[in-house]
Design a protein around this ligand. Structure first.
Ligand SMILES: Cc1cc2nc3c(=O)[nH]c(=O)nc-3n(C[C@H](O)[C@H](O)[C@H](O)COP(=O)(O)O)c2cc1C
Length: 441
């Protein structure tokens, strides 16, 4: 069968980074980000459209300037557990930090979600962008990059070890023989590593997917390396076509270099399509969204997020961009470095940097359904992604995509016409990892 596109839905409630005006839209409920019915509705719409997954991002730090959705939102695995009981096919991918969690607890919660959902759980492993999280977990400083990503790798390895605590046939539950558990099929982990000491076993059986699907989001060298070693999916930033292609090729190359099948890591790029009846109407709507969001003071505050929630309003707007690189060393270094380099090369003031955040940039996935389907097909054929993590302005605009673009992708043989499987692994075409103890035996 020829390659097919994977689609995930990434709901933003009342508005994520840069979506400053979204909460004011009369169609957006002001409590959307904490309303489980909003997420259930989104998940059902995604499932109706045969999407692979619902994707929930997260952070554990805020201040009053943070995006509206971040200020007041549900915890991802709690949210997804509720959504699981209202859906049957759509995958449920939740973001959880490997820096501010403990492997035993998180492995248990993810295995629980995989059981609750009948095999649809995914974990987006992040090392935490917001360095301020440290102070919510008893630390003065965010861990440095090397430590964070070293910990992330060991965290995933421990979680996978814990998920293999029981072999698949560990519970004969044979009433006649009086045997509930076969103790030979229960295995302690006895992990002792640089970051963790975990005895195990985990107190939950292997889940329907064997193990939840591992996603990763992070673009630094360290982030790419982690993805190539352990991830089965990636949430990638996307960007212009040549950049997305470069990233895609790099990830596949690195994955193969670790002896893995490059097809067993699915790269999802971020995409925010705007669909309307005509190209002109869609472009008009794109511009309208830009105008709703464009707000200098909010962009100034958002800039601070890459620099450990630094308050840029204390600086002179018309002086050269301040020397703040050290504030990003432990948080959003990759993104921050781009901003700093550009400011230096072009000799920009702080005001000019913020103004450039408010520059209108045309998205490739905007137009009448045919136009958007053409652009998606072109990017896919060019090797820019395996899938798209889709964000829509409103539920109405999600519907325009589902009703207009999805049928065209299906007609062209680029997207499924029915679910292949009840599990996220099955729909993504990922193998079920064999239990290491069964394999060894
Ligand atoms: C597309 C994308 C989505 C991300 N989503 C999250 C998230 O939901 N929560 C979070 O704490 N970090 C998120 N991150 C940040 C990474 O986990 C990472 O900590 C951060 O980008 C800094 O590392 P890097 O330089 O490797 O990218 C995301 C990164 C990317 C590229």
């Amino acid at each position: 069968m020829s390659r097919r596109i994977h689609l995930a839905l990434h709901p933003y409630g009342v508005g994520g980074p840069g979506q400053h005006g979204l909460w004011k839209d009369p169609r957006v409920a002001k409590d959307a980000s904490i309303d489980i019915d909003y997420y259930i509705h989104q998940a059902k719409a995604a499932e109706h459209a045969l999407f692979d997954a619902l994707f929930i991002v997260d952070s554990q730090f805020i201040n009053a300037t943070y995006p509206a959705h971040y200020l007041n939102r549900l915890e991802p695995l709690t949210l997804l557990s509720a959504v699981a009981t209202h859906t049957r096919h759509v995958g449920l991918v939740g973001t959880a930090s490997s820096t501010y969690n403990s492997p035993f607890n998180l492995a248990r919660r993810l295995a629980s979600l995989d059981h609750i959902s009948g095999g649809r759980a995914g974990w987006n492993v992040v090392t935490s962008f917001d360095s301020g999280v440290a102070r919510n977990f008893g630390l003065d400083d965010h861990l440095d990059y090397g430590t964070r990503y070293g910990r992330a790798l060991e965290f995933v390895e421990v979680a996978r070890g814990l998920w293999d605590s029981y072999e698949d046939d560990a519970f004969p539950a044979d009433v006649a023989r009086g045997v509930f558990l076969d103790p030979a099929k229960l295995h302690a982990l006895d992990h002792v590593g640089e970051h963790f000491r975990v005895a195990g076993p985990l107190n939950i059986s292997r889940s329907p997917q064997g193990q939840p699907v591992i996603f990763q989001a992070g673009v630094s060298e360290e982030g790419r390396d982690l993805a190539a070693r352990v991830a089965e999916g990636i949430y990638a930033p996307g960007g212009p076509l040549d950049q997305a292609r470069e990233y895609y090729a790099d990830i596949k190359r690195r994955t193969a270099a670790y002896g893995r099948d490059p097809d067993h890591i699915k790269v999802f790029v971020h995409g925010a399509p705007v669909v309307a009846a005509t190209d002109v109407a869609a472009r008009r709507r794109e511009r309208e969204i830009f105008d709703e969001d464009n707000d200098f003071d909010r962009n100034l505050a958002l800039l601070g997020r890459s620099f450990g929630a630094h308050d840029f309003s204390v600086h002179d707007l018309d002086a050269p961009f301040p020397d703040v690189a050290h504030l990003a060393e432990r948080g959003g270094r990759t993104g921050a470095a781009k901003i700093i380099d550009r400011a230096r090369e072009q000799d920009l003031t702080l005001r000019q940097v913020v103004d450039s955040m408010g520059t209108f940039r045309r998205s490739p996935f905007v137009g009448a359904p045919e136009t958007v389907a053409d652009a998606i097909e072109e990017w896919f054929a060019a090797g820019a992604f395996d899938g798209i993590n889709l964000a829509f302005r409103t539920t109405e605009e999600l519907d325009l995509f589902v009703d207009g673009v999805v049928p065209l992708l299906q007609k062209r043989g680029l997207f499924r016409t029915e679910y292949a499987s009840d599990t996220l692994r099955g729909n993504l075409g990922l193998p079920v990892p064999a239990n290491r103890h069964t394999r060894a035996a």
